[in-house]
Design a protein around this ligand. Structure first.
Ligand SMILES: *Cc1c(COP(=O)(O)O)cnc(C)c1O
Length: 379
């Protein structure tokens, strides 16, 4: 068999992300039976640490769905929107649209309330829509990965609740990188994944399910099997997964969550991400013609989006800058494809993204930004 050479690129994209060597090696811990006592040795601490990182207690039940972030999100749609009910999907970018597509493709009555790329949810506009549509369920994105915008989760959930609806939150790209305070957030279910700010390979959608969501799911029919919250919760209470888990990833999760909580420290981890956001802001301020895309106060601590000078093309970003960085051992993100296509079509300035998720450090980021700057100066 001829062996290809795989390039050991450092990923500065927005998921999957860089994985530490010790976290990679944790995949080599012994395989185990997922209905055996060995499972509990891993999954009891995993569930405990997931709650610590989320800022919740037993008011939320963590579930692991084999799949990815979208699997947890689809589970929320299948299990929490009953026949005849309406879900309002609130979108500030590509991943807000994804929640809408999950609802529509599952035959749910749904409407997509879209805000301009680069902006956060406008609460006044949302309130008008809530009054008009009277949805039972509302979804929105905590951290919009395509634009680098963070929504004020508590404010959005609060408004949704004042209109009697149940908020479902997509936190795929921010969980593990910023304080969540889930118990006090107003969310009914919060979905995330392993391959972004947790610094693990992809493989599980992670759901945090409130008691209220649990009770509702019991009344919703036609949930399918993989997307049945009631079945997931039944196994989760036994510290198990509904279907056979990826045991390598469980081993890595056990290791990584223990490292985050007991070695790095949750507060330190969150502070590191906030510092990296500041680092990118400072770097952009020193680059002529470049600006931050997201408005101040709504900038993500895990992914920064940068506006290029006028005249920069998609081809330059994709073939020039991205390939120059590959030559330096990095995988660069030349901007969310659909977003840049739309911006280019409208004759507007393009964006690129800097993913600083998971276990990327300020030193790694500084080295990367240095190389990125060299490539951008050649534009
Ligand atoms: C990556 C991402 C998703 C999709 O997650 P998968 O794990 O690829 O299914 C959903 N929402 C947001 C905000 C994301 O960043």
């Amino acid at each position: 068999m001829s062996k290809p050479t795989f390039a050991p690129l450092k990923l500065f994209i927005t998921g999957p992300t860089y994985i530490r060597q010790d976290v990679k090696e944790a995949a080599l811990l012994p395989e185990f039976g997922h209905r055996d006592a060995e499972n509990d040795l891993r999954c009891v601490p995993i569930r405990e640490n997931l709650r610590k990182l989320a800022g919740c207690g037993d008011d939320f039940e963590p579930i692991l769905c084999l799949g990815s972030g979208s699997t947890a999100m689809e589970t929320s749609v299948r299990s929490l929107v009953a026949d005849g009910e309406t879900i309002l999907n609130v979108s500030v970018g590509a991943f807000g649209d994804l929640y809408y597509n999950l609802a529509a493709s599952n035959g749910k009555k749904c409407e997509n309330l879209k805000f301009d790329y680069g902006t956060a949810v406008d609460l006044n506009v949302l309130e008008d829509k809530l009054k008009e549509l009277k949805p039972e369920v509302v979804s929105f994105t905590h951290n919009e990965t395509s634009t680098g915008v963070v929504n004020d989760m508590k404010a959005v959930c609060g408004l949704v609740r004042r209109h009697g609806a149940m908020p479902l939150v997509d936190g795929v790209s921010i969980y593990g990188g910023a304080p969540l305070d889930l118990s006090d957030s107003g969310a009914a279910m919060y979905s995330t994944a392993t391959q972004k700010s947790l610094g693990l390979p992809a493989g599980f959608g992670i759901g945090f399910v409130s008691k209220e969501a649990e009770e509702k799911a019991e009344r919703v029919t036609n949930k399918g099997h993989h997307h049945d919250l009631t079945k997931h919760l039944d196994k989760a209470r036994k510290n198990q997964t509904l279907t056979t888990p990826n045991t390598c990833l469980i081993n890595q999760m056990w290791y990584q969550l223990d490292r985050i909580v007991n070695e790095e420290g949750i507060e330190n981890r969150f502070a590191r991400h906030a510092a990296m956001r500041g680092q990118v802001e400072k770097w952009v301020a020193g680059l002529d013609g470049f600006d931050m895309f997201a408005p101040e106060g709504y900038r993500s601590p895990t992914v920064s989006t940068v506006l290029c000078p006028e005249g920069v093309t998609v081809a330059q970003l994709k073939n020039g800058v991205k390939e120059a960085l590959r030559g330096e051992g990095y995988l660069m993100d030349p901007g969310y494809g659909k977003l840049n296509a739309a911006l280019e079509g409208a004759g507007r300035r393009l964006v690129f993204r800097v993913g600083h998720m998971g276990d990327i450090t300020p030193d790694m980021l500084a080295a990367y930004l240095g190389k990125l700057e060299e490539a951008l100066r050649k534009l």
